[in-house]
Design a protein around this ligand. Structure first.
Ligand SMILES: Nc1nc2c(c(=O)[nH]1)N[C@H]1C(S)=C(S)[C@@H](COP(=O)(O)OP(=O)(O)OC[C@H]3O[C@@H](n4cnc5c(=O)[nH]c(N)nc54)[C@H](O)[C@@H]3O)O[C@H]1N2
Ligand SMILES: Nc1nc2c(c(=O)[nH]1)N[C@H]1C(S)=C(S)[C@@H](COP(=O)(O)OP(=O)(O)OC[C@H]3O[C@@H](n4cnc5c(=O)[nH]c(N)nc54)[C@H](O)[C@@H]3O)O[C@H]1N2
Ligand code: SF4
Ligand SMILES: [Mo]
Length: 907
């Protein structure tokens, strides 16, 4: 039977609605939900390939005791697993008190999951040691909003993008990280020729391509920039004095500070031109509604709170808030970063935007929960939590839905902390993350397409998602695991009320309890219910009882949720990053996202085509910086500082100024032979938000001196064969001073392995590679060896196509080979070309152009479909080309017209 189930995309905070097609209990497709107000039917590449992520061989299927000391794991049933966990936690709590245990959870959990964990830690155990990966993500945005506007509430909506006259995109790269928001920006650009777009980013990013003005500021200098802009707004009379007088406090103090930020000084601090600064201020102050969109470039800083506040000041000083097209709009990273903040699921927050420091607020929560008290002492935030795990102050940690052994800064310390801990529980959907290697107990969780509950996106919109499938194997829902554990723990702690405190039979019961905690608060959702979300679709908060819709925009009346109802200017001053470039470590290392991968790649990393933009981690630098170090694009470099080092391939980054380097955050120890970029990034934190400075590290970069390259390409019959091979090949990563592993694919999926060594690989090493990749047979194989030059190549044909290639000592042909193999272009007759020392394909392999960059579709693939009689709808259906940003549709139409024309002539 065919049906379509309403859900949301589980990736970014845009929160796009998806319709999951199922047939006979299988997911057969996914499309954007035309009725969802976040995306109106659009999806980006990640969302559109969600259906290809189900059934991954790497899913965790049953609980496993996987002591770090005894591999492989031992399968347990749920009773045994949760009894063991409850025994260990209860033992530690009895012996050392409630603060000796901790929870480290995630903005990718549903609100209901989050709610149960928060109540479990704060209500049942009595510890505030519950923090989340939102600490690495939105924490500075939370404190920035609270310090200025009084509450943690993004005041804007996606609809404001179309209404804005000026868009300031600051420390955000939505073309990559929030693609459907970027589609809205492109639409705004197309519909309003007068729109001015300013991008504030040390790199010329994919998003900067649409900008009228790009301010390539020095990393970490945002406060100086926004203070400088305010200085110009003041001097050129572009303030809204009435708004400042009626609705704010603290402006006089800030004005005194900002006096010291004249254009010449700021241009110098930020490394930008005075003229650009003046232009930005004049656009911001005089064009009409101004909207700022910002994200990790501001948040992940040792002064992230002030970065946020300084930007918000510009809106308050010009009255650009609380009206259409205006306001400071913090884009949320994870799909439910907002929901986590709403339930107060962090070490320094309390339920429903209450204040953990306020005894009355705490008493209110205790009463709502039916517990004697909620602890006053703030819990440990992420960085401190792991530090305390290392010192033994915290003895056990329960990690859910996050991968700290990759995503936390200062990996050496984090991994040492996990090794030192008495007991580590990991509640995961996939079994092959870096943190899984550090866990004592693995608990299998349900994942996208299986879960039921609610999430809140960047614009405060709550969507309900429904399951399309039951969880695989013995996997259970996150809320159910937490609930079951809580009851068992309560019994062991002598608390007879466990079943009463955690009575939930389904997520709706949890939602209803959470809803009650919001009554009368700024985020009041007492007017919402599962039924209403079902019949009327996703809704924005606040949505109090009696309301018939949520609020599109906050603070329209100029009243703010502060004691005096006024917004506040904060005294903010320029500060350098905690670790500015120095003589020893002169390069400023930035890290962040690529369009087609999600964080540690546990899910996106199972889809071959999502590697087609890059299937190897690349560090980009200015061409002069490369030359200066004797490096050419494609060479291997050693990147290091006092914390760690790694070898990585370099690329020329034309969007980077000298002295800056850029690397994606996605590759960890499952895909390369080091923990990735966080081996180098430090753990200095913002004093207010406790968010670590993930965006800035000082490093040095030198030639790696690994002259002997290795590349293996192996074609697989299907994705699960590829994943199984990928999994086995991980065993090789540690054998090389450089090694990286990934997939690739248009038609057939490939496994791609690259490595490099100091001396030529010996016969045993080659035999090991061949055995692992199934290239050890002689049938259908040709070989080429030149031992004097350390060259050993082999190619194997099977079923009329190229099955695998191993190149040692010289790997020039790998790039075109990879393409040709993935598109099944290279038949056995062309086998010998596979071993040619040439970076160019033979003439008989058609050169191809990628027509659709989003879906990664080439002219050859389109040509083949056209031969088969396809038109535009069939092409869009089968290849997905032209279904994302749409910019290639004219090219596709031209190809169709040419094809039709040729056929007409032939006939
Ligand atoms: N494809 C994809 N999309 C994602 C994610 C993903 O993993 N993959 N993750 C999601 C999550 S959780 C998050 S938090 C968001 C992050 O979304 P973004 O914050 O938009 O993305 P990032 O790449 O982390 O960083 C944004 C930009 O900050 C810039 N930057 C670095 N230092 C500074 C600085 O000092 N000042 C300024 N002004 N800018 C600076 C970087 O050059 C970078 O271009 O993305 C979400 N969307
Ligand atoms: N250097 C550097 N480091 C960074 C950043 C950066 O820009 N630079 N960005 C930071 C930011 S903003 C963020 S948000 C973090 C993200 O860092 P992480 O949270 O560590 O990233 P993910 O890989 O998304 O981890 C989520 C895990 O949950 C699992 N999972 C998926 N669905 C479910 C589910 O329903 N239930 C359960 N139990 N598990 C599930 C996935 O398999 C995955 O392993 O990284 C941070 N680290
Ligand atoms: S924009 Fe974000 S939420 Fe929307 S489809 Fe892409 S990853 Fe998913
Ligand atoms: Mo994030």
């Amino acid at each position: 039977m065919k049906t379509e189930i309403k859900s949301t995309c589980c990736y970014c905070g845009v929160g796009c609605g998806v319709l999951i097609a199922t047939e006979d209990g299988r997911i057969t497709g996914v499309r954007g939900d035309p009725g969802h107000p976040a995306n109106f039917g659009r999806l980006c590449t990640k969302g559109a390939s969600l259906d290809q992520t189900v059934d991954a061989a790497s899913r965790l299927l049953y609980p496993e005791r996987r002591s770090r000391r005894s591999h492989p794991g031992q399968r347990l049933d749920w009773d045994a697993a949760l009894d063991e966990a409850a025994d260990r936690f209860a033992g530690i709590i009895r012996a050392h008190g409630p603060d000796a245990v901790a929870f480290y959870i995630s903005g990718q959990l549903l609100t209901e999951d989050y709610y149960v964990f928060n109540k479990l830690a704060k209500g049942l155990i009595g510890t505030n040691n519950i923090d989340t990966n939102s600490r690495l993500c939105m924490s500075s945005a939370v404190s920035g909003y609270k310090q200025t506007l009084g509450a943690d509430a993004p005041p804007c909506s996606y609809a404001d993008i179309a209404a804005a006259s000026v868009l300031m995109i600051a420390g955000a790269n939505p073309a990559v990280a929030h693609p459907i928001v970027f589609r809205a920006i492109e639409d705004a650009r197309a519909n309003n020729p007068d729109l001015k777009i300013i991008v504030v980013d040390p790199r010329r990013t994919e998003s900067a391509a649409i900008a009228d003005l790009h301010l390539a500021l020095r990393p970490g200098s945002d406060v100086a920039l926004y203070n400088g802009l305010l200085n110009i707004l003041i001097n050129e009379g572009m303030l809204d004095d009435d708004y400042i007088a009626a609705h704010t406090t603290g402006f006089a103090e800030l004005r005194d500070i900002v006096r010291h930020y004249p254009p010449a000084v700021v241009a110098d601090l930020c490394g930008i031109a005075v003229a650009d600064l003046l232009q930005a201020a004049r656009w911001f102050g005089s064009q009409g509604p101004a909207l700022s969109l910002y994200c990790q470039g501001l948040n992940q800083s040792s002064h992230g709170t002030h970065n946020n506040a300084a930007l918000i000041h510009l809106h308050l000083a010009t009255g650009q808030i609380g009206k259409p097209g205006a306001g400071p709009f913090s884009l949320t990273g994870q799909p439910n970063a907002m929901g986590g903040r709403e339930v107060g699921g962090m070490a320094t927050l309390a339920s429903a935007h209450r204040d953990l420091d306020d005894p009355a607020d705490r008493a209110e929560i205790a009463q709502l929960w039916g517990v004697p008290f909620v602890p006053a002492r703030p819990g440990k935030s992420a960085v401190d939590l792991f530090r305390s795990l290392k010192t033994g102050e915290i003895k056990a940690v329960w990690i859910a839905c996050t991968n700290p052994a990759q995503s936390m800064p200062n990996q050496a310390e984090v991994r040492a902390a996990l090794a030192a801990a008495d007991y580590v529980v990991l509640q995961e959907a996939y079994g092959d993350t870096d943190t899984a290697a550090c866990a004592d107990l693995l608990l299998p969780a349900s994942a996208w397409g299986e879960k039921h509950g609610t999430v809140t996106n960047s614009e405060r919109r709550i969507s309900r998602l429904l399951p399309a499938l039951p969880p695989p194997g013995e996997a259970r829902h996150d809320w159910a695991i937490a609930t079951d554990f809580a009851r068992r723990l309560a019994a062991r702690l002598g608390n007879a009320a466990g079943d009463r405190l955690f009575p939930y039979a389904d997520p709706e019961a949890i939602f209803n309890e959470h809803r009650e905690t919001t009554r009368g608060r700024d985020l009041d959702i007492t007017g919402l219910s599962y039924a209403l979300l079902e019949t009327r679709g996703p809704q924005q908060w606040p949505f109090p009882e009696g309301a018939d819709q949520g609020k599109v925009r906050l603070y329209e009346d100029g009243r703010f949720p502060t004691p005096d109802g006024r917004a506040r200017f904060v005294a903010v001053r320029h500060a350098a990053p905690a670790e500015p470039p120095s003589e020893d470590f002169p390069v400023s290392l930035l890290s962040g996202r690529m369009r087609d991968q999600w964080h540690g790649m546990s899910r996106t990393g199972t889809v071959p085509r999502l590697y087609n933009l890059e299937d190897e981690p690349l560090l980009a630098m200015h061409p002069c910086d490369l030359r200066h170090r004797g490096l050419a694009p494609g060479d291997l470099a050693r990147v290091f500082n006092r914390r760690g080092e790694m070898v990585v391939r370099v690329a020329a980054g034309d969007g980077l100024a000298k002295g800056r380097a850029w690397m994606p955050m996605h590759w960890g120890s499952q895909f390369m032979n080091t923990p990735g970029v966080n081996a180098l990034v430090g753990d200095a934190t913002d004093p207010d938000s406790k968010q670590p400075e993930l965006k800035h590290a000082a490093v040095e970069i030198v030639r790696a001196g690994l002259p002997c390259p290795v590349a293996v390409l192996r074609r697989c019959a299907d994705r699960n064969e590829a994943l199984a091979l990928l999994h086995r090949a991980r065993g090789l990563l540690g054998d090389f001073p450089y090694a990286a592993l990934g997939l690739y694919g248009r038609g057939a999926p490939l496994v791609v392995f690259r490595a490099a060594t100091e001396a030529p690989l010996d016969a045993a090493g080659i035999a090991r590679l061949d055995a692992l990749f199934g290239l050890d047979g002689g049938a259908g194989a040709i070989v080429y060896a030149d031992p004097s030059r350390g060259i050993a190549k082999k190619a194997i044909a099977r079923d009329g196509g190229l099955y695998g290639v191993r190149l040692v000592g010289e790997t020039l042909a790998q790039t075109w080979l990879k393409r040709a193999m993935a598109e099944d272009e290279l038949d056995a007759g062309l086998l010998r070309y596979a071993l040619a020392p040439s970076a160019k394909p033979p003439v008989s392999v058609a050169p191809r152009n990628i027509v659709c960059k989003c879906a990664d579709v080439s002219d050859v693939q389109i040509g083949n479909e056209l031969e088969g009689g396809a038109g535009l709808p069939q092409l869009q259906e089968r290849l997905k080309c032209g279904t994302f940003c749409g910019s290639c549709v004219p090219d596709i139409k031209r190809m169709i017209a040419e094809h039709t024309h040729r056929h007409a002539e032939a006939a």
